[in-house]
Design a protein around this ligand. Sequence first.
Ligand code: AMP
Ligand code: ZN
Length: 137
Amino acid sequence: MADCLFCNIRDGKIPSVTVYEDAYVFAFLDSNPVNPGHTLVAPKIHCRRMSETDNAMLAQLVAAAKKLGDAVCAAMGASAYNFMTNNGADAGQVVMHLHFHLIPRFSGDGHRMWKGTPYAEGEMEKIGKMIKKTVGV
Ligand code: AMP
Ligand code: ZN
C-alpha cells in the first residue's frame, strides 16, 4: 500500500529503528513510546485489522511477539510488558496497518490502560449469551 506509513517503514522509505525482521514480520520502535523500548510488531503483508489476516500469519506475529516481549524486557530491565492492539479507529487505531504494541512495564510506572466499570445485576449473563450467539458456540 503506497500511502501506508508502516508499509513505507517496512520498505525503508521512512526511517525507523528496526529491532527484528523475518519472512513474515517486522518490528520497530514506536517513535512516541509509553515507556522506552515500546515496540510495534507488524505483518509484512498489509492488512488493516485482525479479521483481515489469516490464522497462519497471526501465529507468526504472536510467535515473534513472544520472542520480542522477552527481548524488550531483558534489554530495558523491565519486569513485565503489555501486549495489545488497537483494532479499529474507535479502539484508538491510528495507523491502519495491523500491529501489536509491546510496552515494557516497570513497577510503579503509573500507566493505567483503562478503567473498568462493574456490570449491573443480570447484565453480565445477558451479554455473555449475546456474544456466545455471535461467535457461533
Ligand atoms: P495505533 O494507535 O495502535 O494505530 O498506534 C500507532 C503507533 O504508531 C503510535 O503509538 C505512534 O506513536 C506510532 N508511530 C506513528 N508514526 C511512527 C513512526 N514514523 N515510527 C514509529 N512509530 C510511529
Ligand atoms: Zn501497510
